[in-house]
Design a protein around this ligand. Structure first.
Ligand code: ADP
Ligand code: TRP
Length: 324
């Protein structure tokens, strides 16, 4: 079984990215084969500053490795290091029906707001289909918002196979990340870069404390009982704490006499502890950019070996000359 997923380098990763996506990638790296990539071609549809883009790509690689993505067990690479994916995108584009793309939410939402979309945003799901199909992926772990793109991928692959009368492309399945893992941001809404409510994974301790202190709470007085289930601080604490710790803090909420400040202090401590090893690993990797670059290049070499085989299968299905 081959697992594959990609994450866009469009800013520093936050707790939502970690608990919603990255932790699952790491858990799945013991599958038969795991391929993960930093989707820099995709990021070009939103990041137009070259220094920022290369900085985000570097940060993404450092974060993923520091958090435990192990290059011995998973193939980690930069999307643009395997440019074959853009060739497959073209082959797929020639037979992708417009109506499939017109209903995709990134484009539809923009259009509904009256914002002009670029062709890159419109055809983004075809690039994503190529990402998945180029590596014969079986399972694609994604958040709920990406399921539509996996459906489009299956539609495109089915059409390609049917037009050319060969099973050149393998149909993937989405594995939807636990939707209960909708991590709240400091305003209590879904944590997202677009809402400016994130807590980044590797904030300085001082900044982290500040952000945790800003997490929105209600105005229940200290002495009154509080409902942990209605509290964003508790929802965040739960991500880091074991069952016993959760029960203990919930009991403190319900019995009254505890201010939110105390819950926030517990959250801060739990988060610092949870990421302590990763923080150290990140600092060490930051001092060793050559190693990180070597890991990405070795990953790309492995990925392109697989990708070239699949691309050749597709070229030959279409009547183009095989390359290898
Ligand atoms: P952002 O909303 O900050 O731009 P992305 O859309 O780039 O984040 O998210 C990348 C991955 O992280 C996706 O797979 C998504 O499911 C996951 N993710 C992002 N925010 C959250 C959240 N608040 N809760 C759970 N998962 C999240
Ligand atoms: N579009 C995905 C996102 O925004 C990132 C992505 C690009 C991806 N290509 C992929 C995810 C292929 C899974 C498989 O989160």
């Amino acid at each position: 079984m081959k697992v594959l997923s990609g994450i866009q380098p469009t800013g520093r990763f936050h707790w939502g990215n970690y608990f919603g996506a990255i932790s699952q990638y790491i858990a799945l790296q013991d599958s038969e084969q795991a391929f993960y990539f930093i989707a820099d071609y995709h990021a070009l549809t939103t990041v137009r500053d070259p220094q920022m883009l290369s900085g985000y790509v570097r940060d993404a690689a450092l974060d993923l490795l520091a958090l435990g993505l192990d290059p011995q067990r998973a193939v980690l690479f930069r999307q643009s290091d395997v440019p074959e994916v853009t060739e497959l995108t073209w082959l797929l584009m020639t037979l992708t029906q417009m109506h499939l793309l017109e209903k995709c939410h990134a484009y539809k939402d923009k259009k509904a707001k009256g914002i002009a979309a670029d062709a890159g945003l419109f055809t983004y799901p075809v690039l994503m289909a190529a990402d998945i199909l180029l590596y014969d992926s079986d399972v694609v772990p994604v958040g709920l918002d990406q399921v539509q793109h996996i459906e489009v991928t299956r539609d495109i692959a089915t059409r390609f196979n049917s037009i050319y009368g060969v099973e050149a492309l393998k149909l993937p399945n989405a594995s939807v990340l636990d939707s209960s893992a909708k991590v709240p941001g400091i305003d209590g809404e879904k944590m997202s870069k677009s809402y400016d409510n994130t807590i980044e994974l590797f904030e300085t301790p001082k900044k982290l404390r500040k952000k945790v202190n800003r997490v929105k709470t209600d105005s229940t007085p200290v002495e009154d009982p509080k409902d942990p289930e209605q509290c964003a601080v508790f929802a965040l604490y739960r991500l880091f704490a074991d069952e016993q710790q959760q029960q203990d803090l919930a009991a403190r909420y319900r019995s009254g006499g505890m201010g939110y400040g105390e819950a926030k202090a517990a959250l801060y401590e739990a988060a610092m502890e949870h990421f302590a090893v990763a923080r150290e690993r990140r600092e060490a990797l930051e001092r060793d950019p050559d190693t990180v670059e070597d890991i990405l290049r070795a990953g790309a070499a492995r990925a392109s070996e697989v990708g070239r085989g699949v691309l050749d299968r597709c070229r030959s299905a279409c009547g183009l000359v095989r390359r290898s």
